[in-house]
Write a protein that binds this ligand. Sequence first.
Ligand SMILES: Cc1cc2nc3c(=O)[nH]c(=O)nc-3n(C[C@H](O)[C@H](O)[C@H](O)COP(=O)(O)OP(=O)(O)OC[C@H]3O[C@@H](n4cnc5c(N)ncnc54)[C@H](O)[C@@H]3O)c2cc1C
Length: 377
Amino acid sequence: MQLSFWEKDRFFTGIDVLVVGSGIVGLNAALGLKKKAPSLHVAVIERGILPSGASTRNAGFACFGSCTELIDDLKTNSENDVFALVERRYRGLKRLRENLGDEAIRFEGNGGYEVFDEEPAYAECLDHIADFNRHMKAITGAGETYRRADEDISRFGFSGVNHLILNTAEGQIDTGRMMDALIEKVSRSGVKIINGLGINSFSQESGKVVVHTDQDFSISCRRLLICTNGFARQLLPDYDVEPARAQVLITKPIPGLRVQGTFHYQKGYYYFRNVGERLLFGGGRNMDFANEKTTDMSLNPLIQDRLEHLLSGMILPGVNYEIEQRWSGIMGVGSRKSSIVQPVQENVFCAVRMGGMGVAIGSLVGEDAAEMVIKSV
Ligand SMILES: Cc1cc2nc3c(=O)[nH]c(=O)nc-3n(C[C@H](O)[C@H](O)[C@H](O)COP(=O)(O)OP(=O)(O)OC[C@H]3O[C@@H](n4cnc5c(N)ncnc54)[C@H](O)[C@@H]3O)c2cc1C
């Protein structure tokens, strides 16, 4: 389709910064740009009719690390690096809540539990709890972030669960409302968000970046910021970012649902929570890493079956429920558990690779990306 004069003039001319991707990172970057430099003409281009990667498809955990996740991270990273990331996740969640407000994102601080059905993993966590709490005190000021919580097992009605460790500072949000509030805030700040337009490639022409779309037109901008996370390799083929698909299901409302809060199982590879009276359950990527390395959003029957098996056997034993919906989302992962926020080439920048932490760190990563771009303008 050719653009009309009016369309071109009003929506695609004079763009100072073009952000690709309207996930939590792209939107926070756009917001950061307008906050710091209100006169900049900022536009966000999104391929989907809605943000279509991870930000509207995740589990909505406001989490910064379960004990087994931290123990795992300590195997390949220094203690300093591990707790610097924990602090960033913790601070990022605070920023998300400040930016949008707890009411708008339906933040609930119900605590987050780690679920154990094996003694060795639990015993290893107990060995680390005092140390983790010492580190957490420096970050949150709270005395006992992680604590044993076996007494809650019967309250939740689990089967085959031997131990629980509670993270008292963890919470949950309503992912849909969070993204709705963010889109509204970004739009109100004067940023144009254009949906249903994909970027195929970009090139440099006479000091401008020319962005080639999947329609019959290109867009010129002074700066380009790529926030496409799990899809990054389309535009950044050499970058250490791979797609990692994640499977999710949700039940119909279960009157009197006993499971309340967020729950991690098997180093966080499985996660479940209540959404009102529904149970949301996701994960299992470790069962089929090879097939989940994809940007295709289809369902994986092997993993969905495993989720169902754990749901009926461990999480909701003896409970009548029906599964209402299943979906998948695409994360961006790499050899390191950290985001990439850096210049790509002249006037082109990126902020990608959020792993399974983008709800937590996305607000700060977006702000950092905005700062980086503004320094170059
Ligand atoms: C099932 C699941 C559960 C998760 N649970 C949690 C959780 O509980 N807590 C947590 O902190 N994190 C969680 N995450 C991770 C978190 O959702 C992501 O890290 C975060 O949303 C990434 O945000 P983003 O903006 O970087 O990427 P995305 O939200 O993926 O946004 C990238 C956008 O770019 C668009 N795009 C891609 N290519 C192009 C192109 N060429 N042209 C135009 N647009 C393009 C895509 O359509 C997409 O909308 C989960 C992720 C998944 C999938």
